[in-house]
Design a binder for this molecule. Structure first.
Ligand SMILES: Cc1ncc(COP(=O)(O)O)c(C=O)c1O
Length: 507
């Protein structure tokens, strides 16, 4: 409708023939917004500001078109738009008027003819802040703390082909509303994988696909927890999990961790005096210390959970990456009582950005989690879920995991060797039995915050132990991921760490 040929940024002041109203419009035919909408917005703004009162007459379309040097149809389209939005009423006989039903507004001076600035503050209060925390990822060359997979070796071409097929296969229904518990093929593929490799005697209906394990933790929170409930967590531990539970206004109680993993005696002592609703644990490769929960503690934990009715939230985030011997079977595989909610993720075997995880639990927990998931986002990305299901069915995910495991094992060994070589007695580090990060102990005479700060200046971000401590206590440790860097990069990063330490010692 907009008339071509209007000079760019033509400024016009349309004077209504009978009233005193002048329309300050800066029309710009080069703007993406069509001219008729620019005119409509300017008029609506004047109504909003109180410069045009309810009942006021607008100029006739011919006269406004002449003033603005646009085609009359453009003005008619603007008036049509305003009428559709309820700003004006048009009568063929009488003309166009600002709607009488609009509230009378104080006349305010326009600050300018530019579109109104976005409000910088909300006009209402927010709910109390629960102390949110999120990952810190500074823009430096080597970001090491999380233990990320190497995204360069992810089979993206295979994924792209599978995604295309999922998108284009009309039978897949992947673009429709579907099962909030996950695409049926992916639920089945994950159940099969859990049964085959982790000893979980489950079917597709016992699996809920989530957006990463973080959503699984959120669903656990929504399904199990009420304000004031006690949830036991590992200390040091995984802040993102604490955060998910805290959102449900529970009381978190930190439990110690040692070389045998979570101190289950401490949980038993707590459970003697307190009703513990749930315990969150990472038994396979404790986060962040990498310790594996000892066999005796596994049995004790399952027994305690059964006896006291404690839900065990088992986060097995790096199951596939176990280097020394076979992976330890999850607690869930030995759970006969229905105590364990097993949480897994594809973040480490594929990529964090895919946001795919899952939980496996008794049927009533799954049913509840599915309802909670529905209320958050209806369902996941079923195109992606079907593509990944196909990759599981074809053995592609498993092949990639095997390849990545070999690669990461060699990087683990290389990084440990390098750290020992360049840092000597400043640190002690053992190759972890699994996972994709190291837990390094720093000699007592070293100022850990100063070292990590200097390393960051040099381009290496490693997480100091304090980052994982429940009470923010300084711990003499560093966590460093090794999987996402090749040997050349590991050499560079460890050299920079050594350089940072020399700088700190000198100053
Ligand atoms: C303990 C633990 N659980 C789970 C995850 C994965 O989270 P998500 O699946 O939400 O990406 C991580 C990733 O760093 C982790 O460290």
């Amino acid at each position: 409708v907009a008339t071509r040929g209007t000079p760019p940024a033509a400024s016009a002041s349309a004077r209504a023939s009978r009233g005193k109203w002048a329309l300050p419009v800066a029309l710009d035919s080069h703007r993406r917004e069509p001219l008729f909408l620019q005119i409509a917005r300017a008029i609506a703004d004047d109504v909003r500001r109180g410069r045009l009162r309810p009942g006021a007459r607008l100029p006739g379309s011919r006269s406004l078109a002449a003033t603005l040097r646009v085609h009359r149809n453009t003005v008619l389209a603007a008036y049509g738009e305003l009428a559709a939005e309820g700003w004006v009423e048009t009568s063929r006989a009488r003309g166009t008027f600002v709607s009488a039903g609009l509230p009378e507004l104080e006349r305010r001076r326009p600050s300018s003819t530019a579109p109104a600035a976005r409000p910088t503050r909300a006009a209402y209060p927010l709910a109390p802040d629960r102390g949110f925390w999120s990952y810190e990822r500074p823009a430096v060359r080597f970001v090491m703390p999380d233990g990320l997979p190497d995204l360069r070796v992810v089979p993206t071409a295979t994924l792209a082909r599978a995604y295309r097929r999922a998108l284009r296969d009309p039978a897949s229904q992947a673009l429709a509303y579907g099962d909030p518990g996950g695409h049926p093929r992916l639920r089945a593929a994950i159940a099969e994988m859990l049964a085959a490799t982790r000893g979980l005697a489950i079917g597709a209906e016992d699996v809920v696909v989530t957006r990463g394990s973080q959503m699984a933790l959120e669903l656990v929170g929504r399904s199990l927890l009420s304000p004031g409930d006690v949830v036991a967590v590992e200390d040091p531990g995984y802040r993102a999990a604490w955060q998910a539970f805290r959102a449900h206004r529970v009381r978190l109680v930190p439990l110690p961790v040692d070389a045998g993993g979570l101190d289950v005696d401490a949980l038993a002592a707590l459970a003697r005096t307190t009703r513990v609703r749930a315990v969150y644990t990472t038994p396979h490769h404790q986060y962040p210390t990498t310790a594996t929960l000892s066999a005796g503690r596994r049995l004790a934990l399952l027994e305690l959970a059964r006896e006291k009715g404690i839900a065990v939230v088992e986060d097995d985030y790096t199951h596939e990456f176990h280097y020394d011997g076979r992976p330890v079977l999850p607690l869930a595989s030995a759970d006969r009582a229905g105590s364990v909610i097993y949480v897994g993720t594809l973040t480490k075997i594929l990529a964090p950005g895919l946001r795919l995880g899952y939980l496996a639990a008794p049927p009533e927990v799954c049913a509840r989690a599915v309802r909670e998931r529905f209320s958050i986002d209806i369902q996941g990305d079923h195109v992606l879920e079907q593509a990944i299901a196909e990759m599981f069915e074809d053995g592609e995910v498993q092949r990639h995991a095997r390849r990545a495991r070999r690669l990461y094992e060699s990087r683990r060994d290389f990084m440990v060797k390098r750290l020992r070589k360049v840092l000597g007695s400043a640190i002690a580090v053992e190759p972890p039995p699994g996972g994709i990060a190291l837990w390094v102990t720093v000699a007592p005479d070293i100022d850990v915050p100063a070292w990590t700060a200097r390393a960051r200046e040099l381009g290496v971000f490693v997480a100091a132990g304090r980052h994982f401590s429940f009470a923010d206590r300084p711990l003499p440790n560093l966590r460093m991921g090794f999987a996402s860097f090749d040997n050349h990069e590991i050499t560079e990063a460890t050299n920079l760490l050594a350089q940072a330490l020399r700088d700190v010692r000198r100053s």
